[in-house]
Design a protein around this ligand. Structure first.
Ligand code: BDR
Ligand code: CA
Length: 313
């Protein structure tokens, strides 16, 4: 089976690894990329998305989207994690192509409506573009096949606050809308991405297999790995964004639970994803009123990490 997808992204080193999978995997039809601020500003995100596709020898539509959160002030991009250019500050070749003339939100709406029931939205950055698409045309809720989001944390705790994952924290107001919209949705959060480690040995295979694209993936990898060594004490990096595609293509490597999500939009818990399992009663009903979704809780992390390397080797 082939999955037609739109990949919503803020590349970003782990985004770049996932983009390579989206470009190369024979079971993915990459209809387009939509870009957002997050790891970098949105112009840099667009530049990097165009560049990565060109390095793979492909012409993929790229539509630029959100430059800032819906409500809150934007934090500066995390240059210490992804580099000021989003790709570990390595030297990059020039880009030939340009972004589409429509916004990311319009691109999502038009593409989903052109192929009702077929298109999966895979979002691996702050989710403002999906929130804007919902605002433009709420009818896409019934026409999208599924929404897969790298973001959030159920039991793992946060990575940018004690409780919040970065993509949710960066735009909690957008996340609150997108995670409760009522479309078929799977959350691939830190509970599983922190169990996966892409190592030097994996990256050596990827570099050997991906030509010019592999050089950028391998060159940027060192910067990201050094951050993870320091921050988590692991020998490699967490390939967060590739895990969303791994769930789509290899769901048997994951365990999931069904339930209701609430996103905290203010205060100390801002960006936290609160999960109420289906059928479980709490003292009040408020956590169980949102539509049912699926969240990832477990993963065969070694198998997912090998799958990433195998796909790109
Ligand atoms: C997420 O935040 C970003 O830094 C990564 O690209 C990933 O999408 C992990 O929390
Ligand atoms: Ca990302």
């Amino acid at each position: 089976m082939t999955h037609p997808i739109i990949f919503d992204t803020d590349p970003g080193i782990d985004d770049a690894q996932a983009i390579a999978i989206a470009l190369r995997h024979p079971e993915i039809e990459l209809l387009g990329m939509t870009t957002t601020y997050g790891n970098v500003d949105v112009e840099t995100a667009t530049h990097n998305a165009l560049l990565l596709a060109e390095l793979a020898g492909q012409r993929i539509p790229v539509a630029q989207g959100a430059a800032q959160p819906m409500v809150k002030e934007r934090h500066p991009p995390p240059a210490h994690i992804h580099g000021a250019n989003g790709l570990g500050d390595i030297a990059l070749p020039p880009v030939q192509g340009r972004a589409e003339g429509v916004s990311a939100a319009q691109f999502i709406v038009d593409t989903v409506n052109a192929r009702p029931g077929e298109v999966t939205l895979v979002a691996v950055g702050p989710v403002g573009n999906l929130a804007a698409a919902l605002q433009l045309d709420p009818g896409i809720i019934d026409r999208v096949k599924r929404v897969v989001i790298m973001g959030g944390s159920i039991r793992e705790g946060g990575n940018v606050s004690p409780v919040a994952e970065a993509n949710m924290f960066n735009d909690p107001d957008a996340a609150a809308r997108v995670l409760t919209a009522g479309w078929p949705l799977t959350l691939v959060g830190l509970d599983v991405t922190h169990r996966c480690v892409l190592t030097d040995a994996h990256m050596a295979r990827i570099e050997a297999g991906q030509g010019a694209l592999g050089q950028v993936l391998a060159g940027s990898f060192g910067f990201y790995r050094d951050f993870y060594r320091e921050a988590l004490g692991i020998d490699g990096c967490c390939p967060h964004d590739s895990c969303a595609l791994a769930w789509l293509l290899r769901p048997e490597l994951f365990t999931t639970a069904r339930g209701h999500l609430t996103v905290a939009t203010e205060g100390d818990a801002e960006g936290q994803t609160i999960f109420a399992p289906e059928g479980r009663g709490f003292i009040e009903a408020r956590w169980s009123r949102t539509p049912l979704v699926d969240v990832c809780l477990g993963v065969d992390g070694a198998a997912v990490s090998d799958w990433i390397a195998d796909t790109l080797a």
